[in-house]
Design a protein. Structure first.
Length: 366
């Protein structure tokens, strides 16, 4: 069997890279049918059809087309090509466009033409695929209820992490050698709720001035967070901006005791478990995040994660102080979560699960 990655996807995006590596580890043959990222969808389609003359003959009957994350606009073309070849089409949206752009980012009103267009793209791409992947059961339920999908056509496959780089194996420092540090890294999306983390950080340093906070990244809510912290002059709260993955891993591994997950109040925040949570755990860091249905699908509060009952800054600050004041609890959570993600959410395991889904649905084997 050959799994053909199709569309204008980014091969370095974590979800796609993790699945590709996991398939390779499991001995699965993969092919690439990439379309130019910079072209509009209407311009990609003629190119995709032209490439079909070259690529399709190379795919045998034991094959499937796989459209990676965010490839909603590529699914209709993939559908036509898969039907012509009589092979299955699998789509990994990672998120709904309507859910992300309209409900989470709030770029346009829900009754706008843009909102209707994104909703249409979601519904069309989901319904054309023979199998749709969801990162959590909560997301699976949302796809089925919102877009009318049959539950049998949607399967859960967590995002996990890349254990070739996100690993605590080279960590040798002792906790007492540095100030207690809480870190957030990410793209400052509304679902992350970084502004609530920042308000909590201000509360914490008033109670315990020795604690330090690092906010790494940038994005939609970054200006709001920067304004909230403008009057903070102690240097205990730092905005570090974007950095390369290698540098980020080294910084978190070396400096952080605790990592923030997400504290957004948008509906999407309750349905996702982002890469950053798995990545921080893989580095042996205790994670503090909002208590959501999606989080509880994979983790147990007090055992391998610290859950806040609300996203209010006071609740977040209380959680940080709990983890600061109880090092044995923090270290237990960190170690348990590290073992859990390395056992169940590594590329090899996720790749094996993906192959099992394909075999179960389509009777195709590697």
């Amino acid at each position: 069997m050959t799994i053909c990655f199709f569309g204008a996807y980014d091969p370095s995006y974590p979800r796609t890279a993790i699945l590709r590596r996991g398939l390779k580890i499991n001995g699965q043959a993969c092919a690439d049918w990439r379309l130019p990222v910079g072209l509009k969808a209407w311009a990609r389609y003629p190119l995709g059809l032209a490439q079909a003359l070259v690529n399709q003959p190379r795919l045998g009957k034991k094959a499937c087309l796989f459209v990676p994350s965010f490839g909603h606009k590529d699914v209709p073309l993939a559908y036509l090509l898969s039907r012509k070849k009589s092979i299955p089409l699998i789509f990994d949206p990672l998120a709904s466009r309507y859910e992300t752009k309209i409900l989470d980012w709030r770029r346009k009103p829900p009754d706008s033409l843009a909102a209707r267009w994104n909703y249409f793209l979601d519904k069309l791409s989901f319904r054309l695929a023979d199998l749709v992947l969801a990162d959590t059961q909560a997301h699976r339920d949302y796809y089925c209820q919102e877009f009318g999908l049959e539950a049998s056509r949607v399967a859960v496959l967590p995002v996990g992490f890349d254990d070739s780089c996100w690993s605590a194996q080279n960590e040798h420092h002792q906790e007492g050698e540095k100030p207690f540090t809480v870190a957030f890294f990410g793209s400052f999306l509304p679902l992350h709720g970084v502004e609530r983390m920042a308000r909590a950080a201000l509360m914490v340093i008033r109670r315990e001035p020795s604690i330090r906070f690092l906010f790494i990244g940038s994005g939609q809510t970054f200006p709001l967070v920067r304004n909230l912290l403008m009057e903070e002059k102690s240097g205990r709260i730092q905005l570090l901006g974007w950095m390369g993955e290698k540098e980020l891993i080294q910084l978190i591994r070396r400096e952080a005791h605790v990592c923030f997950g997400l504290f957004g109040l948008t509906p999407k925040a309750s349905r996702v478990v982002p890469h950053k949570i798995f990545q921080a755990m893989a580095l042996g860091k205790a994670v503090i995040t909002l208590d959501t249905p999606a989080i509880r699908e994979f983790f147990t509060p007090g055992e391998n994660i610290y859950l806040c009952p609300s996203a209010e800054p006071e609740a977040i600050a209380h959680g940080v102080m709990e983890l600061y004041s109880h090092p044995e609890m923090r270290q237990k959570i960190a170690e348990n979560s590290r073992k859990l993600v390395h056992e169940k959410f590594n590329p090899q395991t996720l790749g094996k699960t993906f192959l099992s889904l394909i075999e179960e649905r389509f009777n195709l084997k590697p």
